[in-house]
Design a protein around this ligand. Structure first.
Ligand code: ATP
Ligand code: MG
Length: 365
């Protein structure tokens, strides 16, 4: 089922939680709303589900206008066929797993045989068919989360919306359920809106990510695109780019762009044309794109410095290197490269000019 959101605005009193949001979600698409706390993810979802009345705009689900402020249309949640799974899954502890999942179907007064079939189907889908008769309070966190999911799936919603459904779980379980969720979504061809503030979760689950900041979509695209080409330094920061430096001057020479870093003697070269970096530009470099060596590499971007911190992380070592030209850089050194450096060592930090991004500070100035 397609969802179309047009010029959506939501105000709580004088505070604007969602501002002029436009979003088209394709049939069978997994769209992830990603953004930091308070950016408007849950509000957007509640508007789609009909749990919140937007101030203005239009929402269309499967060619049916479910909300239109101008025409005074506002369908109640139960007329929208939208399934929701929340962060705090309210699994009823005094019921069995099967009773939990059957609850809403019973309220709809479906025939017992159909209820049984659908409950079994939903529990099989989430891998809990063996647990149907177990008391819900005797489940692990991950299993309870799956009961909550089965309870939504059993209603056969045309759209499934999940609001941080994995955030109560430990990291390993989260990783696994993330993959299982994606499998179920693809298998059922479900149109899915998924809310998270976790970029890894977003990358793993999304066909497309809508990145929200302050109630507005600031970037939209496939996970890979978002990772490789963040639209602003603040998006890069949110996505985990750790080296972000203000520039004072940007010049073009020999097909390269040279950026002078504020409050330092450092100049960083990029292959990107200078025109792309309009307002208060910042240089952004991922820790994994930097390399630490004992000797200079001959690259235009190779600077001497001293290792301040070397944190062993298993696969790699995280270095903080204070450059002689001023700034301290966060570097992820792969151990496979064979070199390891210790605190106090004099080293060179190198980055390929292609990996240097010069970005505006914000999408909306
Ligand atoms: N009922 C309300 N009255 C007033 N302000 C509200 C209300 N609900 C939410 N807000 C505000 O609207 C903004 C967006 O809230 P929302 O719950 O959509 O954020 P979120 O992106 O889901 O954040 P989180 O990741 O913390 O869940 C926040 O600044 C919040 O304080
Ligand atoms: Mg929220």
């Amino acid at each position: 089922m397609k969802i179309s959101i047009q010029n959506l605005q939501l105000k709580y009193g004088s505070f604007t939680a969602i501002e002029n949001l436009n979003l088209d979600i394709e049939d069978g698409e997994a769209l992830v709303l990603l953004g930091q706390s308070g950016c408007g993810k849950t509000s957007t979802m509640r508007c789609i589900a009909g749990l919140e009345e937007p101030t203005s705009g239009r929402i269309i689900i499967d060619d049916i206008v479910v909300f239109d402020s101008e025409k005074g249309i506002n369908l109640p949640p139960n007329k929208r066929n939208v399934g929701m799974v929340f962060q705090s899954y309210a699994v009823w502890p005094h019921m069995t797993v099967a009773q939990n999942v059957a609850y809403s179907l019973k309220r709809k007064k479906l025939a017992t045989k159909e209820i049984d079939e659908r409950v079994t189907e939903a529990l099989t889908l989430v891998g809990l068919d063996q647990f149907a008769e177990r008391g819900a309070s005797l489940l692990s966190g991950g299993q309870m989360q799956r009961v909550a999911l089965a309870r939504s799936l059993v209603m056969r919603p045309s759209v499934l919306m999940l609001d941080e459904p994995l955030s109560n779980l430990d990291a390993r379980l989260r990783d696994r359920l993330r993959v299982e969720l994606r499998e179920i979504q693809l298998k059922l061809g479900l149109t899915c809106v998924y809310v998270t503030h976790d970029q890894h979760e977003a990358f793993a689950l999304a066909d497309r990510i809508a990145l929200l900041q302050g109630g507005r979509i600031v970037q939209m695209g496939a996970p890979r695109h978002m990772y490789e080409a963040p639209a602003s330094a603040s998006i890069a920061h949110f996505l985990g780019v750790s080296n972000i430096m203000e520039c004072t001057e940007i010049t073009a020479a020999d097909g390269q762009t040279a950026a002078r870093i504020a409050a330092s003697d450092l100049t960083i070269h990029a292959t990107q044309p200078p025109a792309q970096a309009a307002l208060s530009p910042k240089v952004c470099i991922r820790a994994e794109d930097l390399q630490v060596t004992a000797a200079p590499t001959g690259s235009v971007n190779s600077w001497p410095g001293t290792v301040r911190v070397a944190g062993f992380q298993g696969n790699d070592v995280r270095y903080a290197v204070e450059l002689e030209a001023g700034p301290e850089l966060d570097v992820l050194g792969g151990l496979k490269r064979g070199e390891q450096h210790n605190v106090g060592d004099r080293v060179w930090v190198t980055v390929n000019a292609r990996e240097v991004q010069i970005l505006p500070a914000e999408v909306f100035a």
